[in-house]
Every structure is written in structure tokens, then in C-alpha cells.
Design a protein around this ligand. Structure first.
Ligand code: COA
Ligand code: AMP
Ligand code: ZN
Length: 432
């Protein structure tokens, strides 16, 4: 059973033919933007034509820094009047990463999302509760429009407020829910505190989990706690958001939708393709986006192609779960955090000394970000109310920057142990 049979089981030869056609159309569209319009390799490819999908390698990469550098309109490839929505990364300092969509793009994204959910067994008879953040996060509206397209009854619950999540689930008979995996331990605890068992006291049969790295063991634990099948959902805002790659009911890797993206895996050092099956950095090119095509985007996510065909019959290749990142970004409570954002906040404050470190811990089944900050001698000796104010001030500034409330520990100068060589700032002790 497929959402769009003709595309999902298309034989590889015809799938690649479609990719070549769409890549040409994408390049023609992309050069309408200030950024890509200036790139000689793209203009050359348009003139001489693309004849095989491997030729994508003749095009230059696009990085997050490129997207930020040409903020806010440099990548826009249509007239501003055509744009109907934007999504953007967090942060109050520096340029955010912004992605624009026109009506075609939103419809195409909703369709990919509906296709993904259908592959995981979700049907229009389901009641779907979305526990991701709405607003600029793509996990909110991204799922919302896909679920509506599929025809489920949708409950746009948003993130947080576990008691209310449970009430919604029970009042409306939620059968499928989407949440980030690290939140589900907390949700389960609240079920228990209420004397409830999600296996018996809800109608849940499926959870969609994603937006952050997690292990197979973590998935099994979630399945056991909730008595459901849990499917891995992968996406990133630069490529729309969720709906990029998704597990089918075989649960053996994530089908990445190759009619919508050219997918490469490269060695992040040599920038050459890895041999098939080896782990490398995922690089993606949009094939069905008009307002803002992105070419050879270096996602920094590390993964590999899984070998063999899938029993479900879909011909789109499968990715292994994400194994890590080739940069220092980490994800806390579903929010992306770059240590440099935190450093940027701290180093502006005259009271703060030279050193800080970020400890990621799981406390009572909730992930927490503890930031230890060295305070300069004169300030540290000052009275406690001054330190208390400073602590609150830093908490607010970091919360505004990364959208997660940190626990701030102010410490004496020199008390943070030095690491050898390059300073290690992040210590991740979370239960995975
Ligand atoms: N999803 C849903 N709810 C979450 C959550 C998550 N990722 N992380 C924490 N929560 C819940 C907490 O359990 C708490 O509710 P409860 O006390 O009723 O159980 C509430 O949100 C606030 O938690 P707190 O730890 O005080 O959060 P914070 O202030 O540090 O962060 C969040 C606020 C959770 C709202 C913010 O991190 C967020 O919006 N996360 C969701 C991001 C998301 O959806 N990403 C997906 C992108 S595809
Ligand atoms: P955002 O652009 O905010 O949606 O964040 C995208 C990033 O979240 C990706 O580049 C990944 O690093 C991470 N991510 C999303 N989905 C998954 C997943 N299923 N498993 C692991 N990491 C994920
Ligand atoms: Zn499959």
C-alpha cells in the first residue's frame, strides 16, 4: 500500500531520469537567486546540460555559513510576493538560517509528509497528536499539513505541558503521536504519577520519533513503555523539515525520498563520495522547491546507505539512523544548539571569566543543560545578591538564544579543569 505508488516504486533507472530532469529545472530556478546566479559552475551546467545524476558532483557545495552569509534574501529565487511562509533557526545574535516557501513548496512538503506517514502505517482513520513545537520549528507546521493532507483528525498540541498532552490523548482517543524521543521518558513518568499506564489507558498504536539522535535501544524502550511501534523520522529545515526520510513499517532504515532530493554521502575531509555503505556526511540537493532551491547542502549529519532492497517495495534508498555530526552542534529538548551561541552570550558579559563548560545530563528522566561559568575574581567575591542577579541574567540570555532554559552554575575563576589541546566545551552524559 502506497501513498503515491507511481513515484514510490519507480524503478531506479526511471527514478534517476526523473532526478536529472528535476535537477535541470532546479538549476534554472536557482540562478534567479542572487547567490546561485553568480556561481559559474551552475551557469555552465545549465548551458551544457546534465546527462547523468553523478554530474551533480560538478556543482559546488552550499554550507550553513553560505546561507547565513547571504541573509536575508540572497537565496530567494522567486519574487517576494510569491513567498507565503518562512522557517528560521533560533538565536538573537548573528544571522539565522532562513528558508522560504511558496505555495507549490508547501504543497510538495505536505505531500512528502503524508507519504512518509502513510509508509509508517498511518491512515486517515487515525487521530494524530503532534507534540512538537509550532512556530518557527518545522516539526509543528510540517507535520500539521502532512497529517491534514493524509486526512487524520489532527491535534496540534505543541510542545510541553505533559498533563494536558495526556488529557488530549485520552479525551480524543489519540492513536498516533509525534514527539522527540528524549521527551517520551518524561511523558511516561507523568502517566505513572497519574496512576495511568499508556499501554492500557490510551489507544496509541504508533509513535513517530525524530528530530534528534537516538539509539535502537532507546527506540525499543519507547516501544515497550507505550506498547506501540515507534518510527524514526528524519529531516532538517534547510531541506523543508520533517518528511525528508522516514521508516516504513519494516523498520529497517529510513527511505529518503529521491524524487525530491539528490542524496550523496561524502567524506567530510576529502569531500569525495564514500564507498557505498560507509559512514560519511549527508549532502542533499532539493529537486522540487521553487522559492528557495538549495544545491549540495552539507547537512553535517553522519550516516550511511543501507544495502539491499526493502521488502515494502519502495525503491528509494534507505539511510541508517544518524550516527552523529561532523560539527559541534548538539540537540537539547529538540532545539539545535551550537556551543558558539552560548560562548557568544557569555563573552559579552564583563563579569564572566575565560572559561565555561556545558554539561548535558539526564536528571529524573529529563534532559538538562548545565552551564558552568567562571566568574572574574572581583565579581565572585561580591555579595550573593549580585551573583544571584547575574545567574538569572545569564539564564534569560541563553534561553533567548537557544530556546532551552539552562541551569547556570557560577564558579570561581580557575575551577573548571583544563582539557589538553583544543578546549572541550561540551560533555554529554545524557541517557541515550
Ligand atoms: N517536546 C515536548 N515537550 C517538552 C520537550 C520536548 N522536546 N522538552 C520538554 N518538554 C516539556 C517538559 O516536560 C515540560 O512540561 P511538563 O513539566 O508539563 O512535563 C515543559 O515542556 C517545559 O519544560 P522545561 O524543561 O521547563 O523546558 P525549557 O524551558 O527548557 O524548554 C521547550 C522549553 C520544551 C518548550 C522547548 O525546548 C521546545 O519548544 N522544545 C520542542 C522543540 C521541538 O519541537 N523540536 C522539534 C523540531 S522538528
Ligand atoms: P532542524 O533544522 O532544526 O529541523 O534540525 C535538523 C537536525 O536535527 C538534523 O540536521 C539532524 O542533526 C537532527 N535530526 C533530525 N531528525 C533526526 C533523526 N531522526 N535522528 C537524528 N537526528 C535528527
Ligand atoms: Zn520500506
Amino acid at each position: 500500500m502506497y501513498w503515491e505508488k507511481e513515484l514510490e516504486v519507480l524503478d531506479r533507472k526511471n527514478l534517476e531520469k526523473l532526478q536529472v530532469e528535476r535537477l535541470m529545472a532546479t538549476l534554472r530556478q536557482a540562478v534567479n537567486s542572487q547567490y546561485y546566479g553568480k556561481i559559474p559552475e551552475i551557469n555552465k551546467a545549465i548551458k551544457s546540460g546534465i546527462h547523468s545524476i553523478e554530474q551533480v558532483r560538478e556543482l559546488p557545495f552550499t554550507t550553513k555559513e553560505d546561507l547565513r552569509g547571504d541573509f536575508p534574501w540572497g537565496f530567494l529565487a522567486v519574487d517576494k510576493r510569491e513567498v507565503v511562509r518562512l522557517h528560521s533557526s533560533s538565536g538573537t545574535t548573528g544571522n539565522p538560517t532562513v528558508v522560504y516557501h511558496n505555495r507549490h513548496d508547501l504543497d510538495s512538503w505536505a505531500n512528502l509528509m503524508a507519504r512518509s506517514l502513510f509508509a509508517a502505517g498511518v491512515r486517515d482513520t487515525d487521530v494524530f497528536q503532534n507534540m512538537a513545537g509550532y512556530g518557527l520549528f518545522t516539526g509543528g507546521l510540517g507535520f500539521q499539513y502532512g497529517v491534514e493532507k493524509l486526512g487524520c483528525l489532527s491535534i496540534p498540541a505543541g510542545a510541553g505541558n505533559s498533563l494536558r498532552q495526556i488529557k488530549l490523548m485520552r479525551d480524543y482517543g489519540t492513536t498516533v503521536a509525534h514527539a522527540i524521543p528524549s521527551y517520551l521518558g518524561r511523558l511516561f513518568d507523568v502517566f505513572k504519577e497519574e496512576g495511568l499506564d499508556p499501554r492500557k489507558d490510551t489507544k496509541l498504536h504508533t509513535l513517530v520519533i525524530g528530530a534528534e539522535p537516538h539509539t535502537e535501544e532507546h527506540r525499543l524502550r519507547i516501544q515497550e513503555m507505550f506498547g506501540v511501534k515507534a518510527y524514526n523520522s528524519f529531516g532538517l529545515s534547510e531541506m523543508n523539515g520533517p518528511g525528508v526520510a522516514f521508516e516504513c513499517t519494516e523498520q529497517n532504515g529510513l527511505h529518503i525520498w529521491e524524487d525530491a532530493y539528490v542524496v550523496e554521502i561524502i567524506d567530510p575531509v576529502t569531500l569525495q563520495p564514500v564507498t557505498d555503505g560507509e559512514i560519511g556526511e549527508l549532502v542533499m540537493t532539493t529537486l522540487d522547491r521553487r522559492a528557495m532551491p538549495v544545491i549540495r547542502y552539507r547537512t553535517r549529519d553522519l550516516t550511511r546507505f543501507l544495502p539491499g532492497e526493502c521488502k515494502c517495495g519502495r525503491t528509494h534508498r534507505r539511510l541508517d539512523r544518524i550516527a552523529g555530526r561532523s560539527d559541534d552542534m548538539f540537540i537539547m529538548k529538540g532545539c539545535n544548539v551550537f556551543p558558539m551561541q552560548i560562548e557568544g552570550v557569555l563573552m559579552k558579559l564583563p563579569e564572566v571569566g575565560d572559561d565555561y563548560r556545558i554539561m548535558l545530563e539526564t536528571i529524573d528522566d529529563q534532559d538538562e543543560m548545565i552551564v558552568e561559568v567562571e566568574v572574574k575574581k572581583d565579581w565572585f567575591k561580591g555579595d550573593l545578591s549580585v551573583l544571584d542577579r547575574l545567574q538569572k541574567h545569564i539564564t534569560h540570555l541563553i534561553r533567548d538564544e537557544v530556546l532551552v532554559r539552562p541551569l547556570i552554575k557560577l564558579v570561581e575563576p580557575g575551577s573548571i579543569p583544563k582539557t589538553e589541546g583544543k578546549a572541550v566545551r561540551v560533555f554529554d552524559h545524557r541517557k541515550k
